[in-house]
Ligand binder design. Sequence first.
Ligand code: CMC
Length: 386
Amino acid sequence: MVAEAGIQATAPVYRPGLEGVPATQSAVCDIDGQQGILSYRGYRVEDLAAQSTFLETTYLLIWGELPDAEQLAAFEQEVQMHRRVSFRIRDMMKSFPSQGHPMDALQASAASLGLFYSRRALDNPEYIYGAVVRLIAKIPTMVAAFQLIRKGQDPIQPRDDLAYASNFLYMLTEQEPDPLAARIFDACLILHAEHSLNASTFSARVTASTLTDPYAVVASAVGTLAGPLHGGANEDVLEMLEEIGSEDQVEPWLDRAIAEKRKIMGFGHREYKVKDPRAVILQKLAEQLFDSFGHDPLYDLARKLEAAAAERLGPKGIYPNVDFYSGLVYRKLGIPEDLFTPIFAIARTAGWLAHWKEQLGANRIFRPTQIYTGYPSRELTPIEDR
Ligand code: CMC
């Protein structure tokens, strides 16, 4: 009897999507999904978005503490010095099909960095620092380069006098951005920088646990982020708003979508049962942009959809997530829709690298088990008898 009870207690339980299963210990980020609170290393994301910069937040995420002025200046300078990518990578990108998705281009280019910087010394803090600097510096350059290359142009070089966010917008649009636009874009990067053990970060940690190089870690995470249930949703939100078309169509469209059991893009989250705090901040940032650069009628439609969805899906704990308003911000900044997810990747590289470093600090290779559902052992029939 006792033995039977013992067996039952240890029988593996399968939880689809690993819902509620802790797969690691982490001190990087905390989410209170009932109250809608997100913090990085103990600091509320609202405070970081208002008072920090993306590079300072990156430093915090990866090294665990806010930098002092000297540390931050040194980190900013190192990142600035490593923004350029080799002409060989640019040439490789020129051979990518121009109609290919920029996330695929980014995954391939991020992976290619491993060919150039392959010396692996995972127990050397200088190697870790150098790899962080390179990835944080070069990912935006590669995103911007593919944008120009696919338009048939040569990528433009980073500008040393511009800060991180301004320089990215400059490389993308070939124009120095308005300071408010650059500040809002930098805040968007902060909001997307980290979010605990989401699918792409889990992917990054699994890859890291094999002790491969950090470029492979980031490339695998980029591939995971690309899917429409994860980072790819921000692109689909605008498409959905455009499909709805007008405010009077919001309620009939939503009722139809719910009846057809379609997922409403930009809504729902495994962790949050209230409105995602990042959506609250992004909505304010969108409003700031509209006040300065003109209104976007899709915003009115989005707010109407949020209200209608609150009535119908709110009781199930389904509210706007980070992707719901981010697309409207990027659209106002003149960024093409298929670059929304690569921009998410630029920001999330900070979180992936924080988890890479944390994984290395207490590594054990990920090797979960499974519950086998296939055939029992059987005889192989020779091909002429099948
Ligand atoms: N629209 C309508 N119903 C939804 C939605 C939605 N967006 N999200 C969840 N539900 C319903 C779902 O139909 C299910 O209902 P029922 O129990 O009646 O079958 C219930 O809520 C649980 O849904 P689930 O898909 O099992 O939940 P999950 O935790 O596995 O998935 C999610 C989370 C984010 C993948 C999901 O909410 C979703 O597909 N949302 C739309 C895509 C999206 O916006 N993704 C961005 C996520 S945030 C940024 C990021 O992580 O990249």
